[in-house]
Design a protein around this ligand. Structure first.
Ligand code: URA
Length: 240
């Protein structure tokens, strides 16, 4: 592994933004192989050097993992000539091979994992892995227990096969209903088509979770952060 700047290493290890970590280094909070290093330009070997910050040895990850609270109005693509993409929201962080894991519609909000780890992405998206995706939605019309039964048993959405069994829970039923829907597939516009099939079209849609990864509600729409080591470990452990 080639040498890299200490500030870059710390930023990539999730210790803060590039300018934040420069401050931390200048404040003498970082040591390299047991010696305090106050120079952000110092070159380190990510694999061989022991870099300690706040008492913890940081490890270098080959891949990068971010949780984005996708706002409405942004497309789930890596680039687009006319529209703002989820990677535009990541700004300078996006200078790598990052991509969103699956797609949310332009008007859908909520949890989107952005990574450059193709293996993890593939496993999270594989229909064989049955990864739960939980959506919170509002729908036009009063959702009934019979609608819930149909959503849970599987509905005809115009594809070759009906949807696989799902879980649905009414949070509020009225002229506009609120519910959660848990699905394991990821067909095109799936939630919207399922709700169309029961005659209660989606008015708003937000993804709350994907497998063990739960949207951090302290992230404002459009905000992102690296996954914590615990979140990443759980996601990796749960995918097998
Ligand atoms: N289902 C949809 O219809 N849209 C999304 O964005 C996600 C799931």
């Amino acid at each position: 592994m080639s040498l890299m700047r200490l500030d870059k290493f710390l930023a990539e290890a999730g210790a803060g933004t590039r300018s934040e970590v420069k401050q931390l280094i200048r404040k003498k909070l970082v040591s390299v192989n047991g010696t305090i290093c106050a120079n952000p330009d110092e070159k380190v070997d990510p694999e061989a050097d022991a870099i300690v910050f706040k008492g913890k040895t940081l490890s270098y990850s080959r891949f990068h993992y971010y949780m984005l609270n996708k706002p409405a109005g942004v497309v789930s693509a890596t680039e687009d000539p006319r529209q703002k993409t989820v990677l535009d929201l990541l700004g300078p962080e996006a200078g790598r091979n990052l991509f969103p894991v699956g797609r949310l519609d332009k008007d859908t909000e909520g949890l989107l994992l952005i990574t450059d780890d193709g293996v993890l992405a593939h496993q999270l998206l594989s229909p064989k892995k049955h990864v739960d995706k939980i959506y919170l939605l509002t729908a036009d019309g009063a959702v009934t227990p019979d609608d819930i039964k149909r959503l849970e048993e599987g509905v005809d959405i115009g594809d070759e096969k009906p949807t696989l069994p799902a879980r649905a829970e009414i949070l509020e039923s009225g002229p506009i209903s609120t519910l959660t829907l848990t699905i394991q597939e990821g067909r095109y516009h799936q939630v919207k088509r399922m709700m169309e099939a029961v005659g209660k079209p989606v008015l708003s849609l937000k993804r709350l979770s994907m497998g063990s990864l739960v949207l951090d509600e302290t992230l404002a729409p459009g905000a992102f952060r690296p996954l914590t080591p615990e979140e990443l470990q759980e996601l990796i452990a749960g995918r097998a």
